[in-house]
Design a protein around this ligand. Structure first.
Ligand SMILES: *[C@@H]1O[C@H](CO)[C@@H](O)[C@H](O)[C@H]1NC(C)=O
Ligand SMILES: *[C@@H]1O[C@H](CO)[C@@H](O)[C@H](O)[C@H]1NC(C)=O
Length: 383
């Protein structure tokens, strides 16, 4: 490129002495014409480099598979989810074996752990919010404070609520137990943590926990429509610990824009961790196609989702063409057949369904025995 440029300027100098003013203009136009394809070429070169790079970092096929797991976690009927027969449990996730479903009724949270045939991995999935309206939840996001020091990392600040949703609920112990159990059976297979929206925040804390506190190595994270969860120090700590991280964003999805990032106070505000992959439509009319732009390693690439104003709730609820809407908003309703599902319930009513949950002694206060003639029961709890 530089050589070419020198060649062009030589040409320019040479011609300069021979040309009148009109010739000058022609030459300038010529240079522009020469440089235009060059700069495009350079852009293409960068793109190729990135793409080559991203083949390693970002796997499109995997994203398409994982978004289906993120969609399935919204299933209300736990019987279907447990048996992997729900309407969102098909297609690319066929053959998935659920090991455990965790429902924190108290905090209205849900997650599951299982083993997938392709990719051969343990998959952990967290559900997004079930609040009365997704709009309210999103509005609240704007005001979330960086109000907790991430333990063991002096400058890393996170939002207490996101942190606690994973660390201070029934989710964490149940997820860790399920992972340990599954690893005993399957060996040292990779672990992939997945989540959408609020579930993405929990998935991030889980992935970090598995690496930092459980000493696990092969941990991959892929999230969809994730809000910011911590500051810049947290982001750099995070990506160091969980380098195999992809944060998919979609078009104008509002959630990845929240809580806000203030460019001029980079140390003070929320800051995403990399690697963002921004999905957005480009083109016009009939020639629209979806670009999957692999973003830079800053976490706040200004050419990715930050290049548009995040205003869309609709874009938040569909990723890679897959529906991530909750089946019902506003309630933490679960439907399960207590007569057939192996479950444990604590005093607060939180439920863990487990493939090898052994029925405990009846005197145990923390265990509710499955009723022999139990019919389909709905338990409802609104938070
Ligand atoms: C991408 O993921 C799919 C699904 O797990 C896998 O079959 C494929 O080999 C992966 N591709 C690369 C380049 O790793
Ligand atoms: C954890 O949750 C309990 C109630 O669910 C609460 O009382 C306690 O303050 C929380 N702890 C932290 C560190 O957030």
């Amino acid at each position: 490129m530089q050589n070419l440029f020198i060649a062009i300027s030589h040409m320019f100098e040479l011609k300069l002495s021979l040309m009148d003013q009109r010739g000058w203009l022609k030459i300038i136009a010529l240079i522009f014409l020469c440089l235009l394809p060059l700069s495009q070429g350079r852009g293409l070169g960068d793109f190729r480099f990135k793409k080559g790079d991203s083949d390693h970092i970002y796997n499109k096929t995997l994203a398409r598979i994982l978004v289906e797991y993120a969609s399935a976690v919204y299933t209300v009927d736990l019987t279907e989810l447990f048996a992997w027969t729900c309407s969102r449990c098909c297609d690319f996730t066929e053959g998935f074996e659920v090991v455990e479903i965790i429902v924190d009724v108290q905090n209205c949270l849900q997650a599951y752990v299982g083993v997938s045939p392709d990719p051969n991995a343990i998959i952990i999935v967290f559900r997004g919010t079930q609040e009365n309206s997704i709009q309210n939840w999103i509005e609240d996001l704007f005001w979330k404070q960086l109000d907790l020091n991430y333990p063991g990392m002096p400058d890393a600040m996170v939002h207490h609520g996101f942190y606690s949703a994973y660390h201070n609920t029934t989710l964490r112990p149940a997820v860790l137990r399920a992972v340990e159990k599954t690893r005993k059976l399957k060996g040292d297979v990779p672990i992939i943590v997945v989540g959408h929206s609020m579930g993405a925040a929990m998935a991030s804390f889980c992935a970090l926990d598995l690496v930092v506190n459980q000493g696990l190595k092969k941990v991959k994270l892929m999230t969809f429509g994730q809000p910011r969860i911590g500051n810049a120090a947290f982001a750099s700590y995070f990506i160091e610990q969980v380098p195999d991280t992809i944060r998919v964003t979609h078009a104008r999805d509002i959630v990845p824009h929240l809580p806000p990032y203030y460019q001029y106070f980079p140390q003070k505000t929320y800051h995403h961790f990399p690697r963002e992959v921004w999905h957005h439509d480009i083109g016009l009319g009939n020639l629209v196609y979806t670009a999957e732009q692999v973003c830079d390693e800053s976490g706040e690439d200004p050419t990715c989702s930050r290049s548009v104003t995040g205003t869309s709730v609709k874009d938040h609820l569909v990723y890679l063409g897959v529906n991530l809407k909750a089946e019902t908003w506003g309630t933490c309703r679960i439907v399960m057949d207590y007569s057939v599902l192996p479950y444990q319930m604590d005093l607060a009513g939180n439920v863990v369904l487990s493939k090898d949950a052994i029925p405990k002694e009846p005197e145990s206060k923390y265990i509710v025995q499955p009723s022999k003639h139990g019919s389909r029961v709905s338990s409802t709890s609104v938070i």
